[in-house]
Design a protein around this ligand. Structure first.
Ligand code: SAH
Length: 245
């Protein structure tokens, strides 16, 4: 289960933090580190902070975009120290671990961490099914990046151990669930949906961004399966055909 989990760091500016994250991950049995446009990587500072976890750094993937880093993932969570104005489905570190461990049995899962100075943008959070928050002092809620990864990784390891001890070998081979839609399938669906909504004049309101954000939140909440996305896209394609007749 832990092998199906990716830790994604967006635009990290301090290479020492990348090393600290690698160390935090290896301590908790996590392996897959994805770096979206890091300011400086590889670097001696990262390797020094990683200590004996430099193998995680050596195998880390450097990506040009968040979309690339979350490709193929059926569940994506974004770690945020702040509450957002538009309430996104939110879980704490422990609830995050339960969800991730349940999903990671059958799909890759990504947990995305933001920039040291400004966290994640709303556009980045829109790619996430859930926002994950580590409960902390409201007057001083922002943890160091590697410390935040450490807390989440610890909860993941504990939840994985718990799940393993609860599931007997016979039960662990139960029915495969339906495949969840991947991040790229969700993006494709949203593009298609907004194109059709624009064609029928629905998105032509004063606040198209606010509306599209709400719609994304609605569909992300449903954690759609591949088959369901195909049905929705089939409906959209049929509407487009009718419109062009
Ligand atoms: N100044 C930034 C915080 C950046 S800390 C801001 O106000 O958003 C770097 C990253 O660590 C954050 O983007 C987030 O992914 C993670 N992080 C820090 N504190 C956290 C907390 N309390 N809960 C969840 N994630 C946290």
């Amino acid at each position: 289960m832990l092998a199906n989990i990716r830790i994604v760091l967006v635009n990290t500016s301090e290479p020492g933090n990348i090393g600290g994250v690698a160390r935090a991950m290896k301590n908790m049995h996590l392996e897959h580190l994805m770096l979206v446009q890091p300011e400086l990587f590889p670097s001696a500072k990262a390797t020094a902070r990683a200590s004996g976890a430099d193998d995680i750094l050596a195998r880390a993937s450097v990506c040009q975009s968040l979309d690339e880093a979350i490709a193929g993932c059926g569940l994506v969570l974004g770690a945020s120290a702040r509450m957002r104005r538009l309430t996104w489905p939110q879980v704490d570190a422990r609830q995050c671990a339960e969800k991730v461990i349940a999903e990671a049995r059958h799909t890759p899962v990504a947990i995305v961490f933001g920039r040291e100075h400004s966290g994640l943008t709303n556009e980045e959070l829109e790619r996430c099914h859930y926002l994950v928050n580590i409960p902390s002092n409201p007057a001083y809620s922002s943890l160091n990046l590697a410390a935040a990864v450490q807390v989440i990784a610890y909860e993941l390891m504990m939840a994985a151990q718990q799940a393993q001890s609860l599931v007997s070998p016979a039960e662990s081979t139960v029915l495969p669930q339906e495949a969840p839609a991947t991040a790229e399938q969700m993006q494709g669906f949203f593009e298609h949906l907004f194109a059709v909504l624009a064609e029928i004049g629905f998105l032509n309101t004063e606040h198209p961004r606010k509306m599209s954000r709400r719609l994304k939140r609605l569909f992300n909440k449903a954690q759609l399966e591949k088959v369901e996305v195909n049905i929705l896209r089939g409906i959209l394609a049929t509407m487009q055909k009718k419109l062009s007749e």
